[in-house]
Design a protein around this ligand. Structure first.
Ligand SMILES: [Zn+2]
Length: 303
């Protein structure tokens, strides 16, 4: 087969994966429901793997809608005891459903980084694309100083993005103090505030080239404590070094980026996930029209 048909993909398409962690009560499940409902509306097929024992707040009707699929992994933790089951489940879902996105909701005690390590194992490494660890933190728990050691610290430190949820339960005057508390544990990962898991869901998956011309502030502007994000396009000139590109992408407030650049070493795939900047040789040559175009999603300046 190889080297024959032109325009045929070189291998299976890569599926982005989101690992969603956070203690029971952080509001993880509400966020999963938002993801499913948003995906159903937009015709995106999500395969959800949930390891959150007994939590099952998922609206089953939602799962039948728009081709979403759901697997529950029970009897242990998905980052350790069940890591082989996780791998097997990913492989089965890819083979049978070939979803557009994977969402792995871990148990409250799982470590996101250990869960992500499974994406590097054969054969998942052949079809898992961009992956991201999001940790949902209960603002109320932080304010009260409950359970802020051990697993909590490990989870927060391995987050690519932190969602400080239930912020409405804490008086606004205390927000700087609780954010500082979180910053003491994890100084670098982008942190966004949320009420009932209401975040811009585009932040949780790689920017979609098909939605390139969505510029300016996000369309809905809920009246409450919802942070605003701005999507823009950066067109780096050809011949820049990877270092120069990385330097440009090291700016506070940048949450995500994806695109292709013509560097001094050839075409490169550029991805920013939270604080991680990845510059790699693409599997195949990017389409001409996409070269030199990088989508940036950044936090809008506070007004
Ligand atoms: Zn575990």
């Amino acid at each position: 087969m190889s080297g024959s048909a032109q325009g045929e993909p070189a291998g299976p398409r890569r599926i982005p994966a989101l690992v969603l962690s956070g203690f029971l009560g952080s509001g993880k499940t509400t966020l999963v429901q938002r993801l499913l409902s948003d995906a159903a509306d937009r015709g995106i097929r999500i395969a959800l793997i949930s390891n959150e024992l007994g939590e099952l707040g998922i609206d089953r009707a939602l799962l039948g809608k728009g081709g979403q699929s759901y697997v529950e992994l029970e009897g242990g933790c998905v980052c350790c005891e069940l890591s082989d089951d996780l791998l097997e489940t990913l492989v089965e879902l890819q083979r049978e459903i070939n979803p557009d996105r994977f969402v792995i909701e871990t148990s409250g005690v799982a470590l996101p980084y250990d869960t992500q390590l499974n994406f590097w194992r054969e054969p998942a490494c052949d079809f898992i694309g961009d992956d991201m660890a999001v940790v949902v933190v209960n603002a109320d728990q932080l304010a009260e100083g409950r359970d802020l050691e051990g697993t909590f610290v490990d989870q927060v430190q391995s987050a690519d993005l932190l969602i400080l949820n239930k912020i409405d339960l804490v008086p606004e005057a205390d927000w700087p103090e609780i954010e500082a508390r979180l910053r003491e544990i994890e100084p670098e990962a982008p942190l966004i505030r949320a009420v009932r898991g209401d975040v811009d869901l585009d932040l949780l998956f790689p920017p979609d080239f098909g939605e390139f011309d969505r510029r300016g502030p996000t369309p809905e502007s809920p009246p409450h404590h919802h942070e605003q994000f701005v999507t823009s396009e950066w067109n780096p000139e050809a011949g820049l070094s990877s270092e120069a590109i990385a330097a440009h992408l090291t700016s506070p407030g940048l949450l995500r980026a994806k695109g292709f650049a013509q560097t001094d070493e050839g075409p490169r795939l550029i991805q920013v996930v939270g604080r991680r900047i990845e510059i790699s040789e693409p599997d195949e040559a990017p389409p001409e029209a996409l070269l030199g175009r990088i989508v940036l999603i950044r936090r809008a300046p506070e007004s």
